[in-house]
Write a protein that binds this ligand. Structure first.
Ligand code: DMJ
Length: 444
């Protein structure tokens, strides 16, 4: 197995040494600009607030969100010195023995995912030990009457809270917990996450849809709104990716049934284009013509699933959403073509979709889209200390946060889109929902 890691690592670094592509170099330069700002103003903390130049910790104490989330991107882009420094910080300072109640979903996709991908790239056992410790501390979330996870768990005491959850938080765990299982040879991680996924799927409506909120104790839906946006999005992504990463046939069957229902009831055609809106999960009746920055992951997933026709059409619509104000809003009314929630928290999904579509079609239009996204983000979100969110894409008023996913997702997908020699990576890994590349673990 070792040669797989090393081959991967060498290929990535050889690729990073090639500086012939100007745009790729611009991405690297902007990544370094953001990373250096984190180093200068927030080192050792979760995230940077770039306007006030102050750190932000999610739970009072730092879990090193930005360094752990960014480590594989640093390695991938060839920033060896920075990667070594981040690794030293993580290994010396990161402890999960903390009396804090954390959100299982975010910690799984950012920290567990980041530790596992960095471990697979480097073979550094200390990262796997941290991942295993974290996984053990998160396991109590699954101790609900249905087996679907609670939203929060205290890392020290194991006390859980938050029974009202949603498909994204319940169904976006199998890639990380599954990989941890394969690497540690502890089946419990895979089994618990898979059971949660199946329990959720089994509660789909007669027409095959899921809602936006479910009680993990009673198993009853508490919000019947069905869509592909926040609170549901990555549940669909993980059904497909679980099949791809683990060859899990149940996941493949659940994905096919689910995407069929989504295409039948949630997809919508308006004068402005092809979209996916909001419907009632039981009747399929339309609730709202809303699509936003989070929904924009779906062209990538459709393309990964082989549905290039819908993927292309939806990406064209998402591009219209972006160009309406020169940067995308969090939520758009696609019939009125008006921003419903006008913020832009530096989200990556539309860039991720351009990357997948370019990978599968080689159509230069997706490179052109990528250039537009990149230039607009530089224009409106760059500060002298990294990048910041926008409170409104209409007024372009700035917020004060550089979320950890900006480095590991938004900039990584730009890099992958423009670094031609990196494109092969999509045939070799499965990206978790936080853009951490995971490799299939070969077991005898
Ligand atoms: C990331 O943490 C992940 O992509 C997640 O699936 C959705 N939200 C952010 C990025 O927008």
């Amino acid at each position: 197995m070792r040669w797989v890691f090393l081959g991967f690592f060498v290929a990535l670094n050889a690729a990073a040494a090639d500086t012939s592509d100007l745009t790729k170099d611009r991405v690297r330069a902007e990544f370094l600009h953001a990373w250096k700002a984190y180093e200068q103003y927030a080192w050792g903390h979760d995230e940077l607030r770039p306007i006030s130049k102050t750190p932000r910790d999610w739970y009072g104490e730092s879990l090193l969100m930005t360094p752990v989330d960014s480590l594989d991107a640093l390695i991938m882009m060839g920033f060896k010195e920075e990667a070594d420094k981040a690794t030293a910080l993580i290994v010396e300072k990161l402890s999960f023995d903390k009396d804090i109640s954390v959100q299982n979903f975010e910690v799984t996709i950012r920290l567990l995912g980041g530790l596992l991908s960095a471990y697979q790239m480097t073979g550094d056992e200390r990262l796997l030990r941290l991942a295993d410790d974290l996984g053990t501390r998160l396991l109590p979330v699954f101790d609900s009457p249905t087996g679907m996870p609670y939203r929060f768990v205290n890392l020290r005491t194991g006390k859980t809270s938050g029974p009202k959850s949603n498909p994204a938080e319940i169904g976006t765990l199998i890639l990380e917990f599954g990989t941890l299982s394969k690497l540690t040879k502890k089946p419990i991680y895979y089994d618990k996450a898979k059971n949660a996924l199946v329990q959720l799927y089994n509660r789909r409506s007669k027409i095959g849809l899921v809602g936006e909120e479910i009680d993990v104790e009673s198993g009853a839906w508490t919000n019947r709104s069905s869509h592909i946006g926040g609170a549901i999005d990555s549940y669909y992504e993980y059904l497909l990716k679980c099949a791809r990463l683990f060859g899990d046939k149940d996941c493949q069957a659940m994905w096919l049934t689910s995407v069929r229902a989504v295409n039948k009831y949630v997809a919508d055609t308006a004068p402005s284009g092809f979209w996916y809106g909001e419907v009632d999960m039981e009747s399929g009746k339309r609730i709202a013509p809303h699509f936003g920055a989070l929904h924009a992951f779906f062209p990538a997933v459709l393309a990964l699933g082989g549905d290039m026709r819908r993927a292309r059409r939806l990406q064209d619509s998402a591009y219209k959403m972006w160009t309406l104000h020169g940067i995308e809003p969090e939520v758009l009314d696609y019939r009125a073509m008006k921003a419903v929630y006008p913020g832009y928290p530096l989200r990556p999904e539309i860039i991720e979709s351009a990357y997948y579509l370019h990978h599968y079609t080689r159509d230069p239009r997706y490179l052109a889209m990528g250039r537009t996204f990149f230039n607009d983000i530089i224009k409106y979100c760059r500060t002298d200390a990294g990048y910041t969110t926008l409170k409104s894409v209409v007024t372009k008023e700035k917020g004060d946060l550089m979320p950890s996913y900006f480095l590991t997702e938004t900039l990584k997908y730009f890099y992958l889109l423009f670094a031609a020699e990196q494109r092969v990576i999509l045939n070799e890994v499965v990206f978790n929902t936080e853009a951490h590349p995971l490799r299939r673990v070969m077991t005898r």
